[in-house]
Design a protein around this ligand. Sequence first.
Ligand code: VG1
Ligand code: CO
Length: 543
Amino acid sequence: MGIRVISTQPFSDQKPGTSGLRKKVPVFQQPHYLENFVQSIFDSIAAPKGAAMVLGGDGRYYNRAAIQIILKMAAANGFGKVIVGRGGILSTPAASCVIRKYQTFGGIILSASHNPGGPDGDFGIKYNSSNGGPATEAVTEAIFARSKIINEYRIFDAGDVVIDKVGVSTLGDMQVQVFDPVGDYAELMESLFDFAAIRNLLSSGFAIRFDAMHAVNGPYAKGILERRLGAPAGSVMNAAPLEDFGGGHPDPNLTYAHDLVEIMYGGNAPDFGAASDGDGDRNMILGRKFFVTPSDSLAVIAANATLAPGYHKGLAGIARSMPTSAAADRVAQALGIPCFETPTGWKFFGNLMDAGKVTLCGEESFGTGSNHVREKDGLWAVLFWLNILAVRKQSVESILREHWAEYGRNFYSRYDYEGLPTEAAHGVMQHLKNSFATLAGAQFGKYTVKFCDDFSYTDPVDGSVSKGQGIRIIFTDGSRIVFRLSGTGTEGATLRVYLEAFEADVAHHHLDAQAALAELIRIALQVSELKQRTGREQPTVIT
Ligand code: VG1
Ligand code: CO
């Protein structure tokens, strides 16, 4: 037994996307593929000898095999300790929580989030820094650069480590500490929210249903909602994490969380419903026969934040990704706090939170979170809602209606065109860029284009610039159409079209979002020539 140095050759496709490197499982299973990427991480981050790191994943197929490889490589690369979730399980927000709590050098999270799993499904890996957040673009660029020239990796030659029992073992000079993945996270949640009030609410006949979608949040939701907060057994459904998510698509939206949607829109529906994704960082919030858009959820949480003990003192600021609706901006304005607009992906929020500029962050893609960790956090959002509901003693729907009456309603929808031929998708984006000059000032029915651009972001903390973050067409009344290519897909290209229209008049707030946005959707298809260029009549998913 000892350290082996293995020669290898670079792969050309190891560029991390919006959230780490995501590929089909068979790609990761190629000899040296995972190893090359892990060594590229270690070579780029230059952890001091004896450093500690956190390791875990969403439990999908290949999670356990990858954990064994990474443990052996960490031992051969001078780490002193790796803290591993029992069974290799760690939700993304819990990983962020333990990196911060135990002040490790960073961590590796294994997940392809909401993408399907299984032998032919997706797998993913990303590095989080010592602040608990996804590595910044500078670091992911360095990892990619390294992956293009790597010629050897180091791995410790030993049998597999037992990861199913809490305790400490050794791998050469390195300690492997297996811990309960739920405990630290549950404790953090209890420090932020009024558990007694939520317990009262849940014992007063207020019924909830949480769909864990056979993904990582099952044990967390059972431990917190049922055991600690006393929700009746069965309130958490699809609670057992499965390697293939039971064949499902662990994406909490109205299309893929259909089990929950049927219950929440059926007879005798519970008062509150929620779901989270493969790695537990996304959330969907539902009332009885009522859907809360993620953009609205962020705004409602911001407007009611002081109802939760952890946020009693108020918010320093709010940040949202560019495609996310401006509903939160209106709350920020009313509160007199700053609101930041960042590119898509949680990695852009880290600097703002570390600098104390923002407390809450959110994305339209069912992501909400705060500075309690440096990832978006699905269960945190659910607990925040329960805390608000416990205090306000109103239905989800009436809270939203009051919110719109006060701030106006930002109608919002996203159309995803998945698995497009890459060239056709890039063709649409190029065509839009070529049209900027003619679009400016153009009139479409009641809408006039104020300006269009390709969104570019200058980080207010470190001054780094991120270009090409999505095409915006902004109208004079504040309505918007945004076009972006996904950076998390593993097949062809996914084109996302984001639509937003503001409505101040409460008499129109009852409208269905698709009806309210019909005109904008027509304009989006017209100016992008999407149908002609891709041959797609309909989007794959509408959220
Ligand atoms: C998508 C979402 C983005 C989110 C990212 C990671 O990225 O749009 O808002 O941050 O997924 O979320 P893209 O590039 O495909 O649009 V997760 O829950 O997949 O880690
Ligand atoms: Co996720």
